[in-house]
Design a protein around this ligand. Structure first.
Ligand code: AMP
Length: 463
């Protein structure tokens, strides 16, 4: 028998249930239905779940339930493998905590300067989300204390271990109350031995919650096309104009290939951005924001550049080159297939790559299905694929005390845009990124440049 999926079956207060409804969370996802009753009863959990499954809420609701907002101390610690994941988790916790009064959530990750983090810690926080190395830095400097922690979450534990964080995690654990005095929730997509050891070391009689593979092979359709090397990049454009995904991730084996592909796609009028290792953190953030807010159709990356990338599942993954490692192929393919929807993997292979295709077939245990390049007809009536949104960058952010609501107010009240034409608004330290529908972009741009946000003039540009 499957667990009930109605949130109201959980021991959650009415205002929390109302907030979930306001967020549009109508039913629990399978991982939530399996883990929330146990976690809310105070059990330690080992939960096998991937990004996109609703796992963040599965540990955040129990963490919030354990919290006393009137006590000014760090009461929950969430360790994540990457900054991007930590920021995503922070955002989800903030959304879920909206129903409570004034719960402060702080992200502490490497790559950012220490001093503002120390200052924020001095102001106090209830929940800290961060990467193990930076959390440890703060513990060693004495800018963070964890003795009041009631919930410890290890998110994507397998990836943290893969990234070499085992020692840092052990050092952080020394600063926490003992297992019997805290709830320890471990989430991991896979459950290899080293994760089991982590559980044995840090948990108290944990209950394992494993779900059947949610993105089973049938949910991911793989199409193979035979191309020559000369045809390859052009074929990517054909495939995009044929399948017209809202967002796709294109993998190349080399940086040079990424660069060439972006140039070819841009020349065709397709909004493609490259994610590569030479970008500084700000540029990388900007690329990812544009991709996540649906104003970039294709993100082009090597496997290395895409490592640690936390983006929701995509409509399509394109293997511009076939990777020599079959496991990498499976990993790439796993990026598609949004919850409950079918994912599409398009593979372009030259004669020289047939050996690689063979190894993938062996690993997957099935033969590839080949399609003719000629099937890739333009389904857009000659219009290149366009993303549903464009991004406007306001040169001003948290440092100028700009908040989402200020921007939304300026766009709707002052400029008169419909709320439905406005997408994601992301406020960073120095910039704010607003997604708007292309049809109103000019009006929004002119209006913002001529008017005021939070009482002052701002500079805005279209990316
Ligand atoms: P996660 O796996 O935590 O990254 O969550 C994936 C996405 O699903 C996030 O955007 C969540 O806000 C959303 N989400 C989580 N739980 C639910 C739910 N019960 N119903 C609808 N959306 C959800």
């Amino acid at each position: 028998m499957s667990a009930p999926t109605d949130f109201s079956t959980l021991p959650l207060p009415a205002h929390v249930l109302a907030n979930l409804q306001a967020l549009g969370y109508e039913h629990m996802t399978p991982i939530q239905a399996a883990s929330l009753p146990l976690a809310l009863a105070g059990k330690d959990l080992i939960a096998q779940a991937k990004t996109g499954s609703g796992k963040t809420a599965a540990f955040s609701l129990p963490l919030l339930a354990n919290l006393n907002p009137r006590r000014f101390a760090v009461q929950a610690l969430v360790l994540c493998p990457t900054r991007e994941l930590a920021e995503q988790v922070t955002q989800e916790i903030r959304r879920l905590a909206r129903a409570e009064d004034n719960i402060k959530v702080l992200t502490l990750c490497g790559g950012a300067t220490m001093r503002p983090q120390v200052a924020s810690l001095e102001h106090g926080a209830h929940i800290v989300v961060g990467t193990p190395g930076r959390i440890l830095d703060h513990l060693e400097r004495g800018s963070l204390a964890l003795d009041a922690v009631s919930t410890w979450v290890l998110d994507e534990a397998d990836r943290m271990l893969d990234m070499g964080f085992a020692d840092d995690i052990a050092a952080v654990a020394k600063h926490l109350p003992p297992p019997a005095k805290r709830q320890t929730l471990l989430f991991s997509a896979t459950y290899p031995d080293n994760v089991a050891q982590l559980a044995a070391r840090y948990q108290r009689e944990p209950v394992t919650v494993a779900l059947k593979e949610q993105h089973s092979e049938q949910q991911i359709e793989q199409r193979f096309y035979e191309v020559s090397d000369e045809q390859r990049l052009h074929t990517v454009g054909l495939a995009l104009n044929h399948f017209r995904p809202e967002s796709a991730l294109a993998f190349c084996n080399t940086k040079q290939q990424c660069r060439d592909l972006v140039a070819v796609l841009q020349a065709q009028g397709i909004v493609a951005l490259e994610l590569h290792g030479d970008l500084d953190q700000r540029e990388r953030d900007q690329v990812l924001i544009r991709f996540a807010n649906r104003s970039c159709s294709v993100l082009v990356a090597t496997d290395v550049a895409a490592r640690g990338l936390d983006i929701a599942k995509l409509e399509a993954v394109i293997n511009v080159d076939i990777t020599p490692e079959a496991e990498v192929h499976v990993h790439r393919a796993g990026r598609t297939g949004r919850a409950g929807e079918q994912g599409l993997v398009l593979n372009l292979a030259s004669m020289d790559e047939m050996g690689r295709v063979g190894r993938i077939e062996q690993l997957l245990g099935r033969e590839s299905t080949w399609y003719p390049v000629a099937e890739l007809t333009d389904r857009g009536g000659g219009q290149p694929l366009r993303p549903p949104m464009v991004t406007l960058q306001i040169l001003g952010g948290r440092k100028e005390k700009i908040r989402r609501g200020d921007v939304l107010g300026a766009l709707t009240k002052d400029i008169g845009l419909e709320g439905s034409a406005i997408g994601k608004i992301e406020v960073n330290d120095f910039s704010t990124y607003v997604a708007v529908e292309p049809g109103v972009a000019e009006k929004a741009l002119r209006g913002l440049n001529a008017g005021k946000v939070k009482g002052r003039s701002v500079k805005v540009r279209r990316l």
